[in-house]
Design a protein around this ligand. Structure first.
Ligand code: ADE
Length: 249
């Protein structure tokens, strides 16, 4: 998979050189490049923003540096032999985007080429997103209902969520299976040694060695925890194993 990130703060993306993602890059499992938007500005001051038409607070990112930066990436797709007509996906982090979920991370992990356009200030001139649709599948994406200062932190989160799903990135692929959101539920609580700690005991079932009982216990814990913390996730699910009434839905 090829990943390109365009930002006016390329240093913000330095953590992508660390840990599992850094190792995956070294091992050639993904190719990730960070580009400075200011390299595509045309004036001496490398200006990338201007005042908004219609007035209002803050600044808006100018269209031309974005178009030049994105054009420079076209034709440099991820697959050696990309499907004819397959467009790279352009992800634009913004609080006004679609909410990024594990399902979307899975969907995007199957793509050959992802481009992340990090907006700052009040955002990018909307005409860039319209123009880009000819060359990219454009996906405005939000991490959640809160406002960050720019797209970089959101890109760190999204790249990590996507890249760890690529074959070979996470050492033990089984650890991907029993995670929060993988089956639409939150993960069950986990415990390690000692079995008794400051007066708190590990639930007895987990010490029983009875795998069927353990699986049942964990599933119940997933349902109870999801009902308590994220009842919205249960609404669309067929809940089996526990009575819906037990969950006070
Ligand atoms: N940029 C600013 N706020 C954001 C958010 N909530 N998600 C993604 N990108 C953002």
């Amino acid at each position: 998979m090829r990943l390109d990130v365009i930002s006016i703060f390329p240093e913000y993306l330095a953590p992508l050189e660390l840990s599992l993602i850094g190792k995956a890059r070294q091992d050639g499992l993904l190719r990730l490049e960070v580009h400075n938007l200011r390299d595509f500005a045309s004036d001496r001051h490398r200006t990338v923003d201007d005042t908004p038409y219609g007035g209002g607070a803050g600044m808006v990112m100018k269209p031309e540096p974005w178009a030049l930066a994105l054009e420079a990436l076209l034709g440099r797709g991820g697959a050696a032999d990309p499907e004819p007509g397959a467009k790279p996906v352009l992800i634009v982090p913004a609080p006004a985007g679609e909410v990024f979920t594990q399902r979307i991370a899975e969907e995007l992990s199957a793509q050959d080429h992802l481009v992340f356009a990090c907006g700052r200030y009040e955002g990018i001139d909307e005409r860039v997103l319209d123009w880009a649709q000819e060359h990219f599948t454009v996906r405005p994406m939000s991490l959640g209902d809160y406002v960050l200062n720019g797209g970089e932190v959101a890109v760190l989160a999204m790249v990590e969520a996507i890249a760890r799903l690529l074959p070979g990135v996470v050492g033990n692929p089984e650890s991907l299976v029993e995670e929060s959101h993988q089956d639409g539920l939150l993960e069950y609580p986990v415990y390690t040694k000692p079995s008794s700690w400051r007066g708190a005991d590990v639930p007895e079932t987990l010490l029983s060695g009875n795998h069927a009982k353990i699986a049942r216990f964990r599933r119940d814990q997933q349902l109870l925890r999801t009902a308590a913390r994220r009842p919205d996730l249960l609404r669309g699910l067929e809940v089996s194993g526990l009575n819906r009434a037990d969950l006070e839905l």
